[in-house]
Design a protein around this ligand. Sequence first.
Ligand SMILES: NC(=O)c1ccc[n+]([C@@H]2O[C@H](COP(=O)([O-])OP(=O)(O)OC[C@H]3O[C@@H](n4cnc5c(N)ncnc54)[C@H](O)[C@@H]3O)[C@@H](O)[C@H]2O)c1
Length: 396
Amino acid sequence: MSEVKNIGIGYSVGDFSQPRKKIGIGLFGRGFMGKAHSNAYKTISYMFETNYVPELIAISASTVENAKAAADRYGFKNHYGGWKDLIADPDVSVFDNVCVDSLHMQPCIDAAEAGKHIICEKPMALGREASKKMLDAVNKANVKNALCFNYRFQGAVRLAYELINKGAVGDILHFYGRYHQEYALPLDLPVENVWYQNMTGNSQGLGTHLIDQARFLVGEVASITGDMRSIPKQRPSARKNGAMVDVPYDDSIRALIDFNNGATGTIENMSVASGRYNHLYWEIYGTKGTITWSLEDPTYLNVQLREAPVPEIAGFTRISCTLPNHPFMKIWWPAGHNCGWEHGHINLIAHFLDCVANDKEVGPLCATFEDGYRAAVILETLAESSKCGKKIEVVY
Ligand SMILES: NC(=O)c1ccc[n+]([C@@H]2O[C@H](COP(=O)([O-])OP(=O)(O)OC[C@H]3O[C@@H](n4cnc5c(N)ncnc54)[C@H](O)[C@@H]3O)[C@@H](O)[C@H]2O)c1
């Protein structure tokens, strides 16, 4: 990493006059997440007061033409047609995998073997075995690694984490969480057009986020009893002129969880929930109070404390997590000026680059490949439980 001078502008950007270490970024994928991560790198370079600066070295997509278009749009210096050239580029020190789920494992293993630090989008890979191979590869290569469970980096979620760890709501008794969207409606939508049927199923797409929120906020999962299913068993296939075919992946999970610390949990995850566009919601009940949060209203944390300073106001307080002493807000805007969905990615990637530049631990605040692997194991155990109809202990 060489050094570069930077000048800062705008509101509360701090002192940018010091030299900053360049961290070369290689981005694999140019779709939805390619855009979200490119936005993060560009924003970090002028909003965050850091001793590093991300440098957009190269982007890679399924074709050279697509990669070129993405490089022009997002501002990467180079472009490639696959992941191998990207990894071979000596100026790339962080490999960021925002490609489809089926292309998480091998490119990340190759990147680890080449000594690159790695960010990978969720889910970790196609199941427990593939996830373990990725985990072994980063551990063997001793490279920094982050799994992109971006909701850990929403300010209100981080505040909930801090409140729980301070003991504000006492011992956790129960976690209730759901993550619903409506992308698989109508039920006769061709199977190829259902967003997560193109990847690995709704539980991998959304359920994995919910499992990570439960683990992050409550603790490790000990056992699980679950039901996993496709809601319509068959859908028309556009590739087969509308002929009905079996739906290969799940639309829905429902599960009961036991945590190691004695808390219980209930989670639900559906892709056919009409009107739910991106509905991640949870409630955490403790001995001294309750916390709730919704991604559809992400700035606010709802907190109830049984020992309120004035007994008449013992109900829920809706906290606007925008004050300077709230997580991440010093970086962003003055009190009352909200952040949104994309700030989760930006905060996460800034944290990871800080760990790379300053040799810090990525966890426990940011999910690592260990967390991605554990989420995969929990989902696979849930699927096993769904088949046999019994509670199963999770063995990591
Ligand atoms: N953390 C989140 O909030 C979040 C949200 C959406 C998606 N994701 C995850 O991000 C990843 C990407 O999802 P997306 O929504 O950006 O998908 P997308 O379909 O918008 O983009 C996928 C990218 O992969 C590329 N690609 C596909 N096949 C390829 C191949 N054979 N070789 C090279 N490139 C190929 C495509 O060209 C495209 O650039 C997935 O793993 C998904 O689960 C995470």
